[in-house]
Structures are given as C-alpha cells and as structure tokens.
Design a protein around this ligand. Structure first.
Ligand SMILES: C[S@@+](CC[C@H](N)C(=O)[O-])C[C@H]1O[C@@H](n2cnc3c(N)ncnc32)[C@H](O)[C@@H]1O
Length: 390
C-alpha cells in the first residue's frame, strides 16, 4: 500500500469504529483485525501503519467524530506529512477542500472531564490516560526453568514485573509460549498483590473473567489451598482453563454465576473465604491507554449502572468473607463513583468491616483506598481498597 492508501484505509477503519461507538458495537481492536482479514493485499507493515494512524486519530478526538475523514483531518492538522497525502490520487483520500472542518480535539467529552475533575483528576492527569501503554509482563513463579526474557526490559514496580517498550513482541518468545510469563499491566499485578494471599487459603475471585488476576493469585498461593474463579459470563470463564494449563496453575475451581442470583451458587462459601477479590465491572476510564475509543462510548447512565452493580457485588462478597478475612475491591477506573465513593458506601452499609491500607509500593491514598494512575505511577488507572471483617 502507498502511504496515501494507508491514510485512506485508516479513514475507512475509523468510520467503522465511529459507527460501533454510536451503536455499542465491537471494540476498535476487533474491527481493525476484521478489516484486514478481508484485505489480504495488506502486509504487516501496512497493518501496523494503518493501526497507528487510526489510533492516533482516536486519541486526538475527545468526542466521537462525525466521520473517519474528519478524525484523520485532525491528524493532518498537526502533521503536514499526513496532510500532504490527501492528494486525490488513486487509493488516496480526496484533496482537502477550503474550509473543510476537522473533528473537534480534546481529551474526553465535557461531562466526563467534569466527573474526572470532581474525582481529583486534572487535565494533565487526564491527558496521560491517553498515552501509549508499555508492555508489562509478570514472571510466572509457578513455572520453573531458565527464563529467557527479551532484551530491553527493566524491572517494574510489581514484585514479579518487567516492563518493555510498547512495540515489544512477547508472544513469539519461548518464555511466553511455555507459560513462564503473562502479559499483565503492572497496576493490575499490584491489585493482586493487595489481596495478600498466602498458600493454603480459601480465596474467591468473584469477577474472574478469563482469569487474568486469578492466575496471579494462583501463583502467589503456590497452587495450594482453594481458589474459586467465579463469573457470570460463561464465554469469558471458559477461556480460563487453557490459560491456567499454560501457566501450570492447577486446581482452580470455576463457578458460573447467574447474574442477579449469584448467591445461589455462592451459598456454600458464606463466611468461609479468607479473601475475596471483587474486580468489578466498571467504565474502564483507567484503561483508555489501551482502549481510547471507550471514552466515546460511555454515558452517565452506564456509569450509574456500573456503580449499582459494584455496590451489589461488594455486598455479596461481604457475605463470603470469614471473620478476620479480607475483601479487596478493584476497579480500573479513576472516577470516585467507582472508587472512593463506592468504598465509603460499602463501609457505611457494612459496619462489620474496616478499611486497611493495602501496603503497595505505588499509588496515592484516595478515600478508604489507593489510586494507581498512568500519570503518577505509570500504570493503568485503578482504584483498590482492602476491607477486613471484624
Ligand atoms: C473487570 S472484569 C474482570 C477481569 C478479570 N478479573 C481479569 O483480571 O482479567 C469484570 C468481570 O465481572 C463480570 N461480571 C459482571 N457481572 C457479574 C456478576 N453479577 N457476577 C459476577 N461477575 C460478573 C464480567 O463478566 C467481567 O468478566
């Protein structure tokens, strides 16, 4: 593909991303992958270039743009080399006409900027939510052997973490293929450390999904005790078993929950768990580095729905914790409605619990918990709180 054809391709991809953002369709990553699957003429260099152009445009537009072309004109506005490729030649975007409007710039929609500001995130901090994320990995202590890591990494803030530049390819390395490392953001690793699990304990990962955090817990438990991975999404939960096998994590019990009737399956665990992790569904404002178009999709109504389910799952988790046990609440959000506000609400409703500061090597106190942020900690954004049952 010529450089101009790549710009036109990025415009077409952006049109799909914009449509999906309006209709709650597939995420950008998947749409970009699908677009290339039907265009075999594009080589790997083309794919990388188109992807980078599309993501650059997504990062520059705070609100959902009118069209892919308007979004790419925003890139052209700050990059004369891209502007010069709008030349109307074969496969190239049409020439820019006088007065043609680029999409509006900005960090996020005004209502969301307001909510972030109310949560103590100023514009500079909000901007860093759109940085390119590095590649973080966690060394899997369950797999013994000679660990050959790629060049160019350095230890991260997490106990078993290494950090690499964003473009590093880990998936082809023997360390990855043999399950000796997992790709996991350093902040995500730290939230697992906050659970402070010990070998032999009974631990419930209440929103385990495909098991990103479950695997870290299994490693810290050294494959002993009981580790229950629960989730209401059958598809996600089904991806855990092959991952666990690759990682050498044995004995994880999966538990499919019926959303709204979770206690039916969880009844045997009432008052039994040494620790419960609630990695709750949330708006994902802390992961815009990886999904920058998520900020085009979020509405205040959705935010209210996330907050409601977080409260409900916290109260369910409280019933599972044994006296003296711990409940760790995590969201990948920087909004207080899904963080400090949620923790305060939990403590008010559950006087049988007290908050305890998770002793992590990063993060800033926020309400009854800690906040990790791209700006201060170089991690994805998270809120994490630990409650101990009295
Ligand atoms: C933030 S994700 C979890 C990510 C996962 N812990 C990881 O580290 O990869 C939130 C999860 O909550 C699950 N969930 C949503 N409603 C739920 C419910 N009522 N009970 C349990 N899990 C639920 C979703 O299916 C989703 O997998």
């Amino acid at each position: 593909m010529t450089p101009a054809a790549r710009v036109q391709a990025a415009i077409e991809v952006l049109d799909l991303v914009i449509e999906a953002a309006r209709s709650n369709g597939a995420p950008a990553d998947r749409l970009i992958g699908d677009w290339f699957r039907t265009r075999r003429f594009a080589g790997s260099g083309d794919r990388r270039a188109v992807r980078e152009l599309a993501y650059r445009a997504i990062r520059l537009c705070g609100e959902v743009p009118e069209t892919g072309r308007a979004a790419m004109l925003r890139v052209a506005g700050e990059d004369p080399q891209v502007a010069a490729l709008f030349d109307g030649s074969r496969h190239a975007p049409a020439a820019i006409v006088a007065g043609e409007q680029a999409a509006a710039g900005g960090i996020a929609p005004a209502w969301l900027m307001q909510r972030l500001a109310e949560s103590g995130i100023d514009a500079a901090q909000a901007e860093s939510l759109l940085d390119r994320a590095p590649l973080d990995i966690r060394v899997n202590t369950l797999r013994a052997g000679v660990l050959e890591l790629p060049e160019g990494g350095q230890r991260s803030v997490a106990a078993n973490g290494w950090r690499y530049p964003p473009e590093t390819r880990i998936e082809q390395t023997s360390a990855y293929l043999e399950g000796m490392v997992e790709v996991q953001d350093a902040g995500s690793q730290l939230t697992c450390e906050a659970v402070a699990v010990r070998p032999g304990e009974t631990v419930i990962d209440l929103c385990a999904g495909a098991g990103g955090k479950t695997l870290a817990l299994a490693a810290a438990m050294e494959n002993t005790g009981r580790l229950i991975a629960a989730d209401a999404d059958r598809m996600r939960l089904s991806r855990l078993a092959p991952r666990a096998q690759r990682a050498g994590a044995t004995g994880i019990e999966t538990l499919l929950l019926d959303a709204n009737r979770e206690m039916e399956a969880l009844a045997p665990f009432v008052d039994k768990a040494d620790a419960v992790l609630v990695d709750a569904p949330c708006s994902g404002t802390g992961t815009w580095r990886r999904n920058p178009e998520a900020r085009w999709r979020l509405t205040d109504k959705q935010l209210d729905r996330y907050a409601a389910i977080q409260s409900r799952l916290l109260d369910i988790a409280a019933r599972l914790v044994r006296p003296g046990g711990r409940l760790v609440f995590v969201t990948c959000s920087l909004l207080d409605a899904e963080g400090a506000g949620q923790a305060a609400g939990f403590l008010a409703r559950n006087p049988g619990f007290r908050a305890e500061t998770p002793g992590l090597p990063a993060g800033t106190p926020r309400g009854a918990g800690l906040r990790l942020s791209p700006y201060r900690d170089g991690t994805d954004g998270f809120f994490v709180a630990r409650f101990v049952r009295l």
